[in-house]
Design a protein around this ligand. Structure first.
Ligand code: TXA
Ligand code: MG
Length: 330
């Protein structure tokens, strides 16, 4: 199979629809990361996604719909706070989990009685979802555990010859995955931190919890249980106060003939003269925007990526830190 990369046009949308209705998988741009989409109503199409990614069978998928899609066919018991949040943040990088009506394949939710629904704001995603006009199950378009894709080329590198089409919308601006929010309780509960922050949610809903799995408990958002987002090169991770150790490791790697590279925030990067550095930037938004792009570049160029944890700051930083620590193995 040849994998075509096409921008949005009448031709590419017609092709995308044909592939999807035939049970095939099509990758598409979104404002967070690229997704790997298939007909959410079809067991075999959904199974195909899991096979392509090598994804564990107990990690449920998000269903994507266009902005005018009536989600009351897919989920029920939508609480008033969720309606307010949808009004404030959708279309956008917020995924909301509700009780499922069972109208999509049971494989999407891996046996849970809930369904995660997302309305992306990307014009490419909207055009695609509107063209097919059915719920599309889509995880991030990377092989399981690898770095999430923020360009069509990243998707191509993981799936060349295995999917027919990538709908190219350029580089993903958001850069990290959507916030996953449980809306089945009295108050919203963040299952996965992302671009819509706890503060933003609380300002609309009045309050917002953050789910922390208790020891030994099956996590509510099972995807959070795995090592994830990992580059193919070796990695090491240090606290800011361990900088001298990090520099020693850098020199050892060089002496062995390897190519070490620091991976850190801008304030530190500017002090690392004479060292190879990938600079994450300063604000939470900037770090989110650059994170996966730089991890992809790092695995291409370095034999050892030496992460130094950025200093705490609020907002989107929460989601960045979560991805960063998991990409570097904790
Ligand atoms: O931004 C995004 O969310 C991207 C783009 C493509 O939309 N998608 C994405 O999908 O990140 P994925 O499969 O890589 O991550 C989905 C997350 C996982 O952590 C999964 O466990 C959680 O959503 N999830 C899905 N359905 C759920 C449900 N019913 N209850 C709780 N968590 C759920
Ligand atoms: Mg993913």
């Amino acid at each position: 199979m040849t994998t075509q990369i096409m921008g949005v046009s009448d031709v590419s949308l017609r092709l995308a629809k044909q592939y999807i209705l035939a049970g095939d998988v099509v990758a598409f741009h979104s404002e967070t990361v690229y997704g790997l989409g298939a007909d959410a109503r079809s067991d075999s199409a959904v199974r195909h996604i899991f096979e392509l990614k090598g994804r564990p069978q107990n990690n449920p998928l998000i269903v994507h719909v266009h902005r005018d899609f009536d989600i009351s066919t897919l989920v029920d018991s939508i609480p008033p706070y969720a309606r307010a949040l949808a009004k404030a943040f959708l279309p956008g990088p917020l995924t909301m989990v509700y009780p499922s009506t069972g109208k999509v394949s049971a494989l999407v939710s891996c046996g849970l009685n809930t369904l995660a629904v997302r309305v992306p704001s990307s014009e490419t995603a909207q055009a695609f979802l509107r063209a097919v006009d059915i719920p599309i199950a889509a995880p991030s378009a990377n092989v399981s555990k690898h770095i999430s894709p923020v360009t069509a080329q990243h998707v191509f590198e993981d799936f060349e010859g295995r999917i027919p089409l990538i709908l190219d919308g350029g580089r993903c601006e958001g850069g990290i995955e959507s916030t996953v929010l449980d809306c089945t309780g009295e108050e919203p509960l963040i299952l996965r931190a992302g671009l819509v922050t706890r503060e933003m949610i609380a300002s609309v809903a009045g309050s917002c919890g953050v789910y922390v799995p208790r020891k030994g408990e099956q996590p509510r958002s099972p995807g959070m249980a795995y090592k994830h987002y990992a580059p193919k090169c070796r990695t090491a991770f240090f606290a800011p106060e361990e900088l001298e150790q990090a520099k020693s490791l850098y020199r050892e790697e060089e002496e062995r003939g390897g190519v070490p590279c620091f991976f850190c925030e801008d304030a530190l990067a500017r002090t690392l003269e004479g060292f190879r550095v990938l600079d994450l930037g300063s604000s939470g938004e900037e770090m989110a925007n650059r994170l996966y792009e730089l991890l992809h570049r790092g695995e291409e160029e370095a034999t050892l990526l030496i992460g130094v944890c950025p200093e705490e700051r609020g907002g989107v930083y929460e989601g960045v830190l979560n991805r960063l620590t998991r990409a570097f193995g904790g």
